[in-house]
Write a protein that binds this ligand. Structure first.
Ligand code: PRX
Length: 633
C-alpha cells in the first residue's frame, strides 16, 4: 500500500484514475474482511448513490484492535497526557484497548443497544471517548460524537435529529484552568429530548453531579463487571459507521453519514501514505474526537495501521505556551498534526519558549482545517520543524471522510500554503461559476471532485435530498466542495477558502444562518447578517451586523448579551468578534442580503464596493461604512 518516492506516486496516481476500481480493489485486499466484496463500486452523482466494496462483510474494530493486538499485544496504542501536567499520564496497549472496548461493548448491549441504534457521545478528549466510539462500532451501533464545547441546545438538536437511544458522557472535563460541566449540560439537553433511554456517565474529574436513576448509570459500575471479549457484529460494507454533524450555509447542522468498508480503506490508506508512518513512530494529532480529524486521524486511520498515538486532554497554552513542545519532547513525538490557528496563536508567544525544548524527535508536521498562510507555514517549518520536517498541508472535509489533497511526507516537493497534489484515486476539477471546467494550469475557480473515492459522504442523516442539494446539485455530476481553489503553473492546488456562506473560525466550520438565528433571538434585535473577516489568529473572525428594535445606547453591553446567547444556543466557538449596530441591511429588491458588500466593509474596505444600484436603499451602505456603533472583543 505504501508509496516510496515521487515517481512511484505519479505512477500510482495515473493508474488510480485510469483504473479506479482495480486500484481500490487491490488496496482493499490489505484489510481483514469476513467476506470479500462482489463488486468494487456502483455510483451516480445524480441521486447521489455511491456504494463501495459491495456485499463485503467486516467489522472495522477487528482491523483497529484484534489484528494489531494479535500482531503486537504490548505495543502502545495511546499515551494519554492529561490537562494538568501533574495529573496521572498513562498508556494503553493494543491488548488493553481491545479489552476495554469489549467491556464497554458488552455494557452497551446489556442496556439494550443493538445494531443500527444511534449512540451520542459527549466526552472530554480522553481515551474513553475513543473507547466509546469503538465500542459502538464493535456492536454495530452508529456513533454520533458531539464536541464537548457545544451547548445543551446543540447537543439536544443532534440527539433529536438522529433519535439517539443512549448518551455516553462524563461528569466533566478540564481545559486549561476551566472546568467543562458536561453532565450538567447534558441534563439540560435531555429535558428537550425523548429518545434517550440511558446515560452512561464516566467519573473523570470527580465533580458533584446529578444522577437520575434508573436513566443514568455510572460507567464503572456497569463496565467493570463485563467480559473482556465481545464478538464483533458482522457489518455490511455499506452499513452506517457514524454520523457527524457539520455546519452548512443554510439551516441547522446536518448529519454527515459515513459507512464502514470504504471509510476503513480510505482512512487507513491515506494515514499511511500522507504521514509515511513507520511502526516505531509516535504520532500526535491535536484535534478533538468531536471533529472529523479526530475520527479519521486519531481513531480509525492510526489504529488500523497499528500506530502509537498521543491523546491530549488540554489546550496549547496551559500551564504555559510551551505545553505542546513539552509533550513532543516527553513522548518523543515524530509526527505532529495540528491546525494553523494553533500555530498562529503560539507564534504570538515568540520563540524563546520553544528554545527550552529540543523537538529533535520530530520528522513530519501536519496542518489541517483551514488555509495555512505563508507566514505561519514558514514559522512552523523553521521553528518547530527546524527546517528538516516537511509540512503536510492536508485539505479535506467532514464530507470527504479522509484527506483528498496533500503532500506525501518526504516525497512530494513542497510549496508553502499549497495543499499540493491530489492523493491516488482523487480526481479534482476546477469549474467557473457556470460549471465550465477550467482546464490546464494557472486557473482559479470552484473546487469539485468528479469521481467517487471510498470515504465520500453517503447521505445526510434522515434527509437524503439535503445531501443531493448541498453537494451534488450545484454542478451536474460533480461533488461540489464549497471551496475556492487555484491550480498553479506546476499543477499544484492551493485552497483559498469557502465560497459559500460558511466561515472557518479557528479551523471550525460555522454557518452564517445558525449564528444569525441565535442573534435574532435577542429581544432587542429585529434581524442580523453575519460575515467572516480576516483575523490574525483565528483565520476568520465573526462580524455581525445587527438591526435593533430601538436605538441602542450601550453597544458593548449588547455585544456581551449577544455572545451570551450564542454561547447558550451554539457554543462559545461561534461568539461574535465584532458587533455593528445598523439601521438596516443592504438588500436587493427581492429581499436578498448583499453579503458581498458587508464582507468588504468588515474587511475594512470602504471604496470599491462594486455595483450597489440594485439595492433597495443604497443610502444604507453609506451609514454602514461609517461604522459608528461598533463593538469589538
Ligand atoms: O474550507 C476547507 C477547510 O475546512 C473545510 C472543512 O471543514 P471541516 O468539515 O470542519 O473539516 C475540517 C478538517 C478536515 C474545508 O471545506 N480546510 C480544511 N483543511 C484545509 C482547509 N482549507 C485549506 N487548507 C486545508 N488544508
Amino acid at each position: 500500500m505504501r508509496i516510496h518516492n515521487f515517481e512511484e506516486y505519479q505512477k500510482v496516481y495515473q493508474y488510480s484514475i485510469e483504473h479506479p476500481e482495480d486500484f481500490w480493489n487491490e488496496i482493499a485486499q490489505h484489510f481483514h474482511w469476513r467476506k470479500k466484496w462482489d463488486k468494487v463500486l456502483e455510483w451516480n452523482f445524480t441521486e447521489p448513490r455511491v456504494k463501495w466494496f459491495i456485499n463485503g462483510k467486516l467489522n472495522i474494530t477487528e482491523n483497529c484492535l484484534d489484528i494489531p493486538a494479535q500482531k503486537h499485544p504490548d505495543k502502545i496504542a495511546f499515551y494519554f497526557e492529561p490537562n494538568d501536567p501533574n495529573d496521572l499520564s498513562y498508556s494503553i496497549t493494543y491488548k488493553e484497548l481491545l479489552e476495554k472496548v469489549c467491556q464497554l461493548s458488552n455494557a452497551l448491549k446489556e442496556i439494550g443497544v443493538q445494531k443500527g441504534d444511534r449512540v451520542a457521545i459527549y466526552m472530554p478528549m480522553i481515551p474513553e471517548a475513543v473507547i466509546a466510539m469503538l465500542a459502538c462500532a464493535r456492536i454495530g451501533a452508529i456513533h454520533s460524537v458531539v464536541f464537548g464545547g457545544f451547548s445543551a441546545q446543540s447537543l439536544a438538536d443532534r440527539i433529536n435529529d438522529a433519535e439517539c437511544k443512549v448518551l455516553i458522557t462524563a461528569d466533566g472535563g478540564k481545559r486549561g484552568n476551566k472546568i467543562v460541566h458536561l453532565k450538567q449540560t447534558a441534563d439540560e439537553a435531555l429535558q428537550q429530548t425523548h429518545s434517550i433511554e440511558h446515560v452512561l456517565v464516566l467519573k473523570h474529574i470527580g465533580i458533584e453531579i446529578n444522577i437520575q436513576q434508573p436513566r443514568d448509570i455510572w460507567w464503572d459500575d456497569i463496565v467493570s463487571k463485563q467480559s473482556t471479549y465481545c464478538e464483533p457484529e458482522i457489518m455490511d460494507s455499506e452499513d452506517m459507521l457514524f454520523i457527524l454533524y457539520t455546519s452548512g450555509s443554510t439551516g441547522k447542522p446536518k448529519g454527515v453519514v459515513h459507512t464502514t468498508g470504504g471509510y476503513m480503506v480510505y482512512t487507513a490508506y491515506t494515514f499511511l501514505n500522507v504521514f509515511q508512518y513507520d511502526p516505531e513512530d509516535i504520532y500526535w494529532c491535536t484535534a478533538d474526537v468531536g471533529w472529523i480529524t479526530g475520527h479519521s486521524y486519531i481513531v480509525y486511520g492510526p489504529l488500523i495501521n497499528g500506530a502509537t498515538s498521543v491523546i491530549f486532554e488540554g489546550i496549547p497554552t496551559y500551564p504555559d505556551a510551551g505545553r505542546f513542545w513539552a509533550i513532543v519532547d516527553k513522548y518523543k513525538v515524530t509526527h505532529f498534526y495540528t491546525a494553523p490557528t494553533a500555530i498562529r496563536s503560539l507564534e504570538a508567544f515568540g520563540t524563546d519558549i520553544i528554545k527550552q525544548y529540543s523537538l529533535e524527535s520530530l520528522k513530519v508536521l501536519g496542518s489541517v482545517g483551514e488555509p495555512i498562510n505563508e507566514e505561519a507555514w514558514e514559522w512552523y517549518h523553521k521553528n518547530i520543524g527546524k527546517g528538516k520536517c516537511p509540512i503536510v498541508d492536508t485539505w479535506w472535509q467532514t464530507e470527504t471522510g479522509g484527506i483528498l489533497i496533500s503532500p506525501l511526507a518526504h516525497i512530494t516537493p513542497l510549496k508553502p500554503s499549497y495543499a499540493t497534489l491530489p492523493l491516488p484515486g482523487i480526481q479534482p476539477i476546477i469549474v467557473d461559476e457556470k460549471g465550465n471546467e477550467l482546464k490546464g494550469n494557472n486557473v482559479e475557480g470552484n473546487l469539485c471532485i468528479k469521481f467517487p473515492w471510498p470515504s465520500i459522504i453517503r447521505t445526510t442523516y434522515g434527509n437524503h435530498e439535503r445531501c443531493r442539494q448541498t453537494y451534488f446539485s450545484t454542478y451536474p455530476n460533480l461533488y461540489f466542495t464549497g471551496d475556492g481553489c487555484k491550480r498553479d503553473a506546476d499543477g499544484y492546488y492551493r485552497i483559498t477558502g469557502r465560497v459559500d456562506d460558511v466561515i472557518n473560525v479557528s479551523g471550525h466550520r460555522i454557518g452564517t444562518a445558525e449564528v444569525e438565528d441565535a442573534i435574532n433571538q435577542h429581544p432587542d434585535i429585529v434581524e442580523s447578517a453575519m460575515v467572516g473577516y480576516p483575523h490574525p489568529i483565528k483565520g476568520q473572525g465573526i462580524y455581525a451586523y445587527v438591526v435593533p428594535v430601538r436605538p441602542i445606547d450601550d453597544v458593548k453591553k449588547l455585544h456581551k448579551e449577544i455572545n451570551g446567547l450564542i454561547t447558550k444556543i451554539i457554543g462559545p466557538i461561534a461568539k461574535a468578534d465584532v458587533i455593528q449596530v445598523v439601521s438596516g441591511l443592504p438588500k436587493t429588491r427581492s429581499g436578498k442580503i448583499m453579503r458581498r458588500i458587508l464582507r468588504k466593509i468588515a474587511e475594512g474596505e470602504t471604496s470599491n464596493l462594486g455595483d450597489t444600484t440594485t439595492l433597495l436603499d443604497p443610502s444604507i451602505v453609506e451609514e454602514i461604512k461609517q461604522g459608528k456603533f461598533k463593538s469589538q472583543m
